[in-house]
Design a binder for this molecule. Structure first.
Ligand SMILES: Cc1cc2nc3c(=O)[nH]c(=O)nc-3n(C[C@H](O)[C@H](O)[C@H](O)COP(=O)(O)OP(=O)(O)OC[C@H]3O[C@@H](n4cnc5c(N)ncnc54)[C@H](O)[C@@H]3O)c2cc1C
Ligand SMILES: NC(=O)c1ccc[n+]([C@@H]2O[C@H](COP(=O)([O-])OP(=O)(O)OC[C@H]3O[C@@H](n4cnc5c(N)ncnc54)[C@H](O)[C@@H]3O)[C@@H](O)[C@H]2O)c1
Length: 473
């Protein structure tokens, strides 16, 4: 075993969250080692955000062309789509990410890391050797998440695809069953159905995208069915088996669905197995619950932080990176002896927006973009809220964007404070409208002041004015 001492900060996992901690801490002048077991860049770069969006964008463009008289439905060359997807994942070569980490001043250590007691980490390398590291200031766990396989008879034996196989497939399968109707299931079903596969999506709840406003799931459901996908809501999988090239899925509605591939998109668990959590008083596989300054609450001493998917907070790249920035700033502030106000809401050293303004875009067609609380979440939190919706297609911008534009904007208004606490946009090309809503929520801008934020004509942003008018301004 080799030993390296005197590293200020050790980061476990070089996904988007871990990389951002390392970058920011290194730029502040602290020494950092970042340990990566697979590829620098993490799940997001190779098997999640990037490849899935590279599969979705071409079919989105094609659908938009179909809604524009005089343009028509564009050609679909699936080989070109898959080749462009492979360019986005750098053909699984992480050298540019590794070079970038090096350029920040952080030391990239290749191997599988685990905690080995207070402030200590051991890294097991592919050649069988182990390196022991000790952190003088902090250890940050950023090990991401892993797909959950529901306890269904036969599921372990059918060669189930997870997000990894489903985003990196070298050809379009003839047919597939997608288990789960969250963001992963809805995006993959949209992409593969439109690329030519026959998709059956099985969701055990009564709605798609169940954590979002109901309008989102309803419209995505209608679109998937319009595309020809077979979507089964309120349906559970009883058993699954493979017979040669065919998978047979027995559903609790009494039917059996046959397909070439079986994709599991039924949620994710924290990537904390085999991480030595027992050496710091936790149990293998635990969620690393953190406070607003990213400190792991169950471990004393103020040295163990966690960011990204492993914390089981919003499992989104941009939110993980937001946590990473706060985490780095807390560590740097403490290294300078600063202690006051580090946990003050909206201080740079906190992740306040995790509670007030989580943003998410689901790249289905229609797209779904949301920030903050849904109506249901706001009512559960006891807030006095009113809800207003407006058809984006009724704005001049919406009508110009596409023939028969169909889209809905919904705001959740705290009627006592006169501020927006949540917004959801559903429709074609709404993704970049989200940030305006995010500023409204984070800035707690009153409706009376928003009245003076005049949207340009003829843009879809006029929906913000229409929402205020509908609310009575
Ligand atoms: C199909 C799919 C599509 C998605 N699309 C989006 C999207 O469009 N937008 C969005 O915001 N989010 C999206 N997400 C979610 C997003 O991928 C995650 O939230 C994000 O990757 C989490 O980043 P992370 O750094 O916490 O973890 P990860 O990206 O999982 O990175 C963790 C890293 O830690 C490494 N690691 C794990 N254990 C160890 C260990 N013991 N030692 C050393 N290294 C270790 C892993 O190899 C990995 O590189 C998507 C997810 C999926 C599955
Ligand atoms: N564009 C994006 O922002 C994006 C895209 C993909 C994933 N993600 C994130 O990645 C994370 C994981 O996504 P996910 O969709 O895997 O998880 P999820 O937990 O969001 O959704 C899983 C879905 O599967 C259903 N389900 C669970 N077990 C089932 C079963 N046995 N049978 C049928 N249905 C079942 C659940 O009801 C749920 O709707 C999420 O936090 C998501 O936000 C984000």
């Amino acid at each position: 075993m080799t030993t390296t001492q005197d590293i200020d900060v050790i980061v476990l996992g070089a996904g988007p969250a871990g990389e951002n901690v390392a970058d920011r801490v290194a730029r502040a002048g602290l020494s950092v080692a970042i340990v990566e077991a697979e590829r620098a860049g993490g799940e997001c770069s190779y098997w999640a955000c990037m490849p899935s969006k590279a599969l979705l964008r071409p079919v989105e463009v094609r659908a938009a062309a179909g809604r524009m008289p005089g343009v028509g439905t564009a050609l679909l060359d699936t080989d070109a789509v898959l080749a462009r997807r492979d360019d986005f994942t750098e053909h699984f070569d992480d050298s540019s990410q590794a070079d970038w980490i090096g350029s920040t001043g952080a030391l990239l250590v290749r191997g599988r890391g685990r905690l080995a007691g207070d402030r200590r980490v051991e890294v097991d390398h592919a050649d069988g050797t182990t390196t022991a590291l000790a952190a003088t200031r902090a250890v940050v766990v950023a090990t991401g998440s892993a797909p959950t396989l529901p306890p269904v008879d036969g599921i372990e034996d059918v060669g189930a695809w997870t997000n990894r196989e489903a985003t990196s497939a070298p050809r379009v399968p003839g047919s597939m069953i997608v288990l789960g109707g969250g963001a992963v299931g809805c995006e993959l079903a949209t992409a593969w159905q439109r690329l030519g596969s026959s998709v059956t999506l099985v969701q055990h709840g009564e709605r798609l995208l169940p954590t979002m406003e109901p309008s989102a799931g309803e419209r995505v459901l209608a679109s998937l069915r319009d595309d020809g996908a077979d979507v089964r809501l309120g349906t559970s999988l009883r058993a699954v088996r493979r017979d040669g090239s065919t998978v047979h899925a027995d559903l609790d509605d009494g039917t059996t669905v046959d397909a070439d591939e079986f994709v599991v998109a039924a949620g994710r668990r924290p990537g904390t197995s085999g991480l030595g959590l027992d050496t710091v008083g936790l149990s293998d596989g635990d969620v690393l619950a953190v406070d607003d300054t990213t400190l792991v609450t169950a471990v004393e001493g103020g040295w163990l932080h966690a960011v990204g998917d492993c914390t089981d907070r919003a499992k989104l790249t941009h939110m993980g990176k937001y946590q990473a920035r706060a985490c780095a700033d807390v560590i740097v502030a403490r290294s300078k002896g600063e202690t006051d106000g580090l946990d003050r809401p909206y201080a740079k050293t906190t992740t306040t927006a995790e509670r007030t303004a989580v943003t998410q875009v689901v790249f289905t067609d229609p797209q779904v973009a949301s920030v903050g609380l849904t109506e249901a979440a706001a009512r559960d939190a006891g807030l006095p809220v009113d809800v207003v919706s407006y058809d984006i297609g009724s704005t001049a911008g919406g009508a110009l964007q596409a023939d028969g534009y169909s889209g809905l904007a919904t705001i959740v208004v705290d009627r006592e404070r006169r501020v927006i606490v949540g917004a959801t946009l559903v429709g074609q090309d709404v993704t970049d409208m989200l940030h305006a809503a995010t500023v409204m929520v984070v800035g707690e801008v009153t409706l009376e002041r928003l009245w003076h934020a005049v949207p340009s004509f003829p843009t879809m942003s006029e929906v913000w004015l229409r929402l205020l008018e509908t609310y009575g301004l």
